[in-house]
Design a protein around this ligand. Structure first.
Ligand code: ATP
Ligand code: MG
Length: 384
C-alpha cells in the first residue's frame, strides 16, 4: 500500500501541550487536503496518510510541504512485516547507475534479523539486481530506508522531502498584519504564520488617489499567501482624508511620520475588535526614512499592543529571496502606487523629534479622523 509518512519537528518538545499541537496540526492537514480522498492517522510520533489516489501523490506532497509544523515527509510502501516480502519490495526499486545505502531500522525487536544483517543482505541483493550501481555509505544518491515498526508493518522509502517547519498555524493566537503592496510585508506575515499565528491583514488605501488596480494587487498578494495560510480575512481602510488633512495643515516633511502614527492607531483598534494580540509589519531597520530607530520610536509610541517586526534585522536581498520562495515577489514588484507615495514629501524626516511630531499632530482632529477611517472599513475573506 502507498502511504505518506509525515514527520513533525519542534512540537515534539512541547511536553503536556503536545496533544494540543498535534490536534491543530491534524486539522490543518485535513483542511489542506480537503479536495483529495485521504485518511490521516497518528502513529507513534508521526502521521500516516493513506487512501489517496496515486495520481494525486505529487499534488498532495506539494500541499503538505507548505503546512507549518511539518518537518519532513516520505512517500513509502507499507507492507506486512516479513523478510521475504521486504526483499521483494526492495527489489522493485530500480537504481540504474545511482549509488545507494540500505538503512534498516528495527523498532520491533521481535523481528529476528538484526539491522546490520538486513543492511548487508539486502545490499547484496540490490547489487546483484542493479549491476551498474554501487554502495556508498556516506553520500549515497539513494538511501533505502527500511523501517520495521512495532505495529507489524514495515515501511520502505527512498526519499526524505523537507517541509517548511515552524509551528502549526493557529496554535499561537492571532496577529494583524499591516499588508502593503510591497515586498516586505507578505514575507513578515509568512514568518509569523510559521510561528503559529493566525493572520488577519489590514491594508490602507487612499482611493481615489490610489487605484482599484492597487487594491487588486494586494488581494492577489493575499491570495498567494493563502498557499500557506489557507485563508486571510482582510480589512481595507481609507486614509484619504487623513492624508488630505495632513497635507493641508501640517509640515509636509512629516507626512509619513504622521500618517504612520494614524495607521498604527487604526490597526490597533481593528486588532482589538478582532481579538488579535499583536500587529505585524515588514519594517527593516534603516531601510527607508520611516524605518530609522527614531521613526520607529515615533510610530511605536502611539499603541499599547506589541508590534512584531520579524524582518527588522534582515537585508533586503534576504527578504527578496524569501519573497521569491513563497511566490509573492512577482506580484509585489508590479508598479501600482501605494498610499505612502501620495503627497510624498521631497525630504521626509529621518529623525523625527517627538516634540515636533506632537506639535504637528495637534493641528489635526485625531479622534474624528480615526472614526472616519474606521467607518470606511471593508472586510473581505480571501481564500486559495
Ligand atoms: P513593504 O515592502 O512591506 O511595503 P516597504 O519597504 O515599502 O515595505 P514602508 O512602505 O516603509 O516599507 O512600510 C513599512 C511597513 O508598514 C510595511 O512593511 C507594512 O507592514 C506597513 N505598511 C506600509 N504601507 C502600508 C499600507 N498601505 N497598508 C498597510 N500596511 C502598510
Ligand atoms: Mg511599502
Amino acid at each position: 500500500m502507498n502511504v505518506i509518512l509525515i514527520r513533525y519537528g519542534e512540537i515534539f518538545l512541547k511536553g503536556h501541550n503536545r496533544k494540543f499541537f498535534e490536534n491543530v496540526l491534524q486539522k490543518n492537514i485535513n483542511d489542506s487536503l480537503s479536495e483529495f480522498n485521504h485518511e490521516l492517522k497518528k502513529i507513534s510520533g508521526r502521521f500516516e496518510l493513506s487512501g489517496y489516489s496515486v495520481d494525486c501523490e505529487k499534488a498532495i506532497i506539494a500541499k503538505l510541504t507548505k503546512i507549518f509544523g511539518l518537518h519532513s515527509l516520505s512517500a513509502a510502501t507499507k507492507i506486512e512485516t516479513d523478510y521475504d516480502t521486504i526483499k521483494k519490495e526492495c527489489l522493485k526499486i530500480n537504481l540504474g547507475k545511482q549509488s545507494f545505502r540500505i538503512s534498516a531500522n528495527r523498532a520491533s525487536k521481535i523481528f529476528p534479523v538484526k539491522s546490520m544483517q538486513i543492511n548487508r543482505e539486502i545490499g547484496e541483493l540490490m547489487l546483484e539486481n542493479n549491476p551498474e550501481s554501487r554502495v556508498d555509505l556516506h553520500t549515497p544518491d539513494v538511501e533505502i530506508v527500511i523501517d520495521i515498526r512495532e505495529n507489524g508493518y514495515t515501511y520502505i522509502s527512498t526519499e526524505v522531502i523537507p517541509c517548511v517547519g515552524g509551528m502549526p498555524l493557529g496554535s499561537a493566537g492571532k496577529g494583524l498584519l499591516l499588508l502593503s503592496g510591497g515586498i516586505d510585508s507578505p514575507v513578515a506575515g509568512y514568518f509569523l504564520a510559521r510561528r503559529g499565528l493566525t493572520i488577519e491583514a489590514i491594508h490602507f488605501h487612499s482611493y481615489p488617489y490610489t487605484s482599484e488596480l492597487a487594491k487588486q494587487k494586494v488581494i492577489s498578494l493575499a491570495k498567494t499567501m493563502c498557499d500557506y495560510l489557507g485563508s486571510i480575512r482582510m480589512h481595507f481602510i481609507s486614509v484619504t482624508h487623513i492624508q488630505e488633512e495632513i497635507h493641508k495643515k501640517c509640515d509636509g516633511d512629516f507626512m509619513i511620520t504622521l500618517l504612520r502614527r494614524m495607521m498604527m492607531r487604526i490597526a490597533e483598534s481593528i486588532a482589538k475588535q478582532n481579538e488579535a494580540g499583536a500587529l505585524i509589519t515588514g519594517e527593516s531597520l534603516g531601510q527607508v526614512a520611516s524605518q530609522t530607530l527614531q521613526s520607529i520610536n515615533a510610530t511605536n509610541a502611539v499603541v499599547d499592543i506589541p508590534i512584531f517586526r520579524p524582518l527588522i534585522g534582515f537585508d533586503k536581498q534576504d527578504i527578496m529571496d524569501v519573497a521569491h520562495k513563497i511566490g509573492t515577489y512577482e506580484i509585489s514588484i508590479q508598479p501600482y502606487e501605494d498610499c505612502c507615495t501620495v503627497f510624498l514629501p521631497k525630504n521626509p524626516v529621518t529623525k523625527p523629534k517627538i516634540e515636533k511630531v506632537l506639535r504637528e499632530e495637534a493641528k489635526l482632529d485625531i479622534d474624528a479622523l480615526l472614526n472616519e477611517s474606521l467607518q470606511s472599513e471593508e472586510i473581505m475573506l480571501i481564500q486559495r
